[in-house]
Design a protein around this ligand. Sequence first.
Ligand code: ATP
Length: 214
Amino acid sequence: MPANAIALFGGTFDPVHQGHILPLLELADQFHWQEIHLLPTFAPPHRPQPEASHQQRLTMLQLACQQDPRLKVNDWELRTAEPSRTIRTLRYFRDSFPQQPIYFVMGMDSLVQLDQWLDWQQLTDYAHLVALPRPDYYLDDASATLHDWLASRICKVGEEHGLAGQVLLPETCLQDISATEIRQWFAEHPHHDETPHFLDAAVFRYIHEQNLYR
Ligand code: ATP
């Protein structure tokens, strides 16, 4: 696998949690990635607006990324100040890195709804897609159209070729964590002062300092 591959991981990150970071680091080891860009979204189009501000989500990501030098915060989507669209992000990275393989990582919950994304059938023109296992989400949940589209692109990790075009389903440890549950947890535990296992310690301190999710 080429050492110059670029990995991208987009999300609302409201807040970033260890269900994002731990599988990403497993992938970095499996795929030998040296650089993973974490891209916080600008006003996600299909969902309620984040509770934390752009700056707070960015700061939490910067703190979480101190766990490993391969993790880089990338504020490109925030700076566009337009609703995030993965297809546009992938075109931008493809233009910026024309000769490097690009891997776009998402959770299985996102993969099985891919056919709701803008220009979804073109996503693999620009990048390989990598889906992280997530509890309660299975490939069989995809629509028949998406299932057929995926079937012709899925290949084994290490057998993908070229700069883009394949879909990969690596094995990583299941992380039964979601940002929604974490926001709920803070509302129910406003005085808890020990870092819970699902958050990075610096992110947990920041959430307290900023009085977020109360
Ligand atoms: P929310 O609960 O607010 O929907 P989330 O926990 O799903 O948030 P996002 O920031 O929306 O987090 O997710 C960014 C990406 O991370 C998405 O591709 C999502 O599928 C993936 N992801 C989030 N949590 C997990 C998890 N526990 N395991 C695997 N993938 C995950």
